[in-house]
Design a protein around this ligand. Structure first.
Ligand code: DGL
Length: 265
């Protein structure tokens, strides 16, 4: 039986999902969290559905073995390509980032919605499909931004090269004026301020905030919110724990140790 003290499992291809961990921590500070960053295989955004589904399934099984009460797929690429596979094979409730982000985008004032994400997320059209289910009249444009993830993973968010790349990818959005822009990759909140500065007229939808709201509602509904304790965080990665912990500190704002788990052949 699931208990409120059981952890929330969160995973991503790398660091990006830490933006979700941070938001979960802010909204539900008593929750125990187990995070898995697949640092051996980042980026997912250039890989096939089959590969991303296999990696995601292995990680979800690992989290399931840790008796988590909920799994958050803190990766848009994995949510777009692997969520249905996970829901078929894993018995723990699973939330992805696409549906909460799409819902939030349709609640903004404009019907002009841009989606930015990895190549795989954009190619899947997952956001466009979800948005159309809610608002058939929405005008949706999608832009793949494959250079953002390596810039963030290389800790270059504050470097001028990142602003040049933002200009290169998002000038079309700037010309458009007022619109909604979905940050369709969990790495992107790390450069949210830079994007907001370049696009002052756009409303930015941040998947981390939206999935956190859904997760809280679900746990409340199931009576699984942890009401006692301090909330412990365990961080697992599939490669280079030291590098990961250093970058994680910048995103989270506190020191954290990463343990290495290699369960791939
Ligand atoms: N953070 C992942 C996402 O939300 C992408 C990074 C990657 O390509 O692995 O899509």
């Amino acid at each position: 039986m699931k208990k409120a003290q059981n952890s929330i499992g969160i995973f991503d291809s790398g660091l990006g999902g830490l933006t979700i961990l941070k938001e979960i921590r802010r909204a539900m500070p008593r929750e125990n969290i187990i995070y898995f960053g697949d640092s051996a295989h980042v980026p997912y955004g250039s890989k096939s559905k089959e590969t991303v589904s296999q990696f995601s399934l292995d990680i979800a099984k690992f989290l399931e073995s840790k008796k988590v009460k909920l799994i958050l797929v803190a990766c848009n690429t994995a949510s777009a390509l692997a969520l249905s596979t996970l829901q078929k094979h894993i018995s723990v409730p699973i939330l992805g980032v696409i549906t909460p982000g799409a819902k939030a985008a349709t609640k903004t004032k404009t019907k002009n919605i841009f989606v930015i994400g990895t190549r795989a997320t954009i190619k899947s059209g997952a956001y466009a499909k979800e948005i159309k289910k809610i608002d058939a009249k929405a005008n949706i444009k999608q832009i793949a931004c494959p250079l953002f993830v390596p810039l963030i993973e290389e800790d270059l968010a504050d470097d001028k090269i990142t602003n040049l790349v933002i200009k290169k990818y998002l000038s079309e959005v700037k010309k458009f004026g007022p619109c909604t822009l979905i940050l369709g990759c969990t790495h992107y909140p790390v450069i949210k301020k830079n994007i907001a500065k370049f696009l002052p007229k756009a409303v930015l939808v941040d998947s981390a905030k939206e999935i956190t709201k859904e997760a809280k509602l679900l746990l409340e509904k199931e009576n699984l919110l942890n009401k006692t304790g301090k909330g412990k965080i365990e961080l697992f990665v599939s490669d280079s724990p030291k590098n990961f912990a250093e970058l994680a500190k910048r995103i989270l704002g506190f020191n954290i140790k990463a343990k290495e788990i290699r369960f791939y052949i």
